[in-house]
Design a protein around this ligand. Structure first.
Ligand code: KG4
Ligand code: ZN
Length: 357
């Protein structure tokens, strides 16, 4: 039995969890900063790292207590090393290093995307998993299609060349004068709208596995902005709700936007699953909470589709502990020189070990 303490602080959730053998979750404590960042319409990095510092110690204690264990029961500390916000990552990594040094515990740095993949490992299932599996990771920071051919064996088939899917939801919500985070509120608003009212672009459709969402965001902007009068807002500063035309049907725009996003995500993932003979499609990351995405993937996939429960869709440390377990049993270790990697791409564990040598 291997018990891993996981720590996650790459963005705006401070989280700690205790997981046994990569699948049994004894605890998973998540302190969200959403309320703190809502007023800015996005994550404010300096505030995020300060909030992580304030929360981390209590969150780790709560995870240990909740699991009914002490640090004596822990075999290794797994922590998100990247990708993510530098100031936020530093808090978790430094805390994990301190624990590892103080208690003589092995330290395992985990890729955040790998964590999202392993959120699927924490769900109960009746049949064992057979590889290969295709996983769509969609969050505020990422949109990738990953081929998984074994534990810790990843090939990134495609990713976004500009905005992430969740980022597109957040930006379009801002254009429409809706709250942050944009995903849940657009999903709710879209239920009242007509998804064929606008035909928004499906970028890179039929052209491999990369995504592009910035043209879609611009198309929404054009559909809702008032006729040009006076100075435009400076480039890069989105519109405020007062700059939206009054006659815009917000639910129709939300529904049409969501249809465009879901269409490309599903099309490309299903195509990848067929091309690589996947036995299952997995969806992970914050956007995997979206019911329209889940329903469309289920409709169009030739193989079973699996999604994590809501609490494992958002950033959490249980998925980091699960991924950390597989790194640990592969013999992957980090030491006190481990630094954060804010732009760390997802590579197979074997390659990560070779790079570390
Ligand atoms: O995985 P996550 O918690 O954090 C990152 O690693 O980014 O994902 C947060 C993102 C946000 O952009 C949010 O708008 C989006 O996930 N999101 C959704 C939904 N719930 C959260 N997007 C679409 N539909 C949802 N129901
Ligand atoms: Zn994430």
């Amino acid at each position: 039995m291997t018990t891993i303490l996981g720590i996650e602080s790459s963005c705006d959730e401070t989280s700690a969890a205790v997981v046994v053998d990569g699948h049994t979750m004894l605890s998973n404590v998540v302190a969200s900063q959403i309320d703190l960042h809502a007023q800015y319409g996005g994550v404010f990095p300096e505030l995020a790292s300060r909030a992580h510092i304030e929360a981390i110690s209590a969150v780790v204690k709560q995870a240990l207590n909740g699991a009914g264990v002490t640090l004596d029961d822990i075999d290794a500390v797994a922590v998100t090393r990247g990708p993510g916000l530098a100031g936020s990552l530093l808090v978790g990594v430094n805390y994990a290093k301190g624990l590892a040094l103080g208690r003589g515990l092995p330290l395992v740095g985990v890729n955040h995307l790998e964590g999202h993949v392993y959120s699927l490992w924490l769900i109960e299932r009746e049949t064992p998993i057979t590889f290969p599996v295709v996983c769509l990771i969609v969050s505020g920071g990422h949109s990738e299609i990953v081929l998984i051919t074994g534990h810790g064996e990843y090939t990134v088939l495609g990713s976004t060349i500009d905005d992430a899917a969740g980022e597109a939801y957040d930006k379009v919500a801002r254009l429409l004068g809706l709250a942050y985070p944009g995903g849940p509120v657009i999903e709710r608003t879209a239920r009242e709208g007509n998804a064929t009212a606008y035909h928004f672009p499906r970028a890179l459709s039929g052209e491999g596995y990369n995504f592009s969402f910035s043209g879609l965001k611009t198309a929404v902007l054009r559909a809702v902005q008032p006729p040009h009068e006076g100075p435009r807002p400076p480039k890069g500063e989105g519109m405020t709700s007062t700059q939206r035309r009054d006659d815009v049907n917000v639910p129709d725009v939300a529904a049409s936007f969501q249809a465009a996003v879901v269409d490309v995500l599903v099309d490309k993932t299903v195509h990848a699953a067929r091309e690589h003979g996947a036995t299952e499609i997995w969806i992970a990351g914050g956007v995997s909470a979206n019911q329209a995405l889940r329903a469309a993937m289920n409709d169009r996939s030739p193989v079973p589709v699996r999604v994590p429960p809501m609490k494992l869709c958002v950033d959490n440390a249980a998925m980091i502990a699960a991924a950390g377990y597989f790194r640990y049993i592969h013999g992957y270790r980090d030491d006190q020189t481990m630094d954060i990697l804010p732009m760390w791409p997802l590579v197979s564990i074997k390659d990560a070990m070779r790079q570390a040598e």
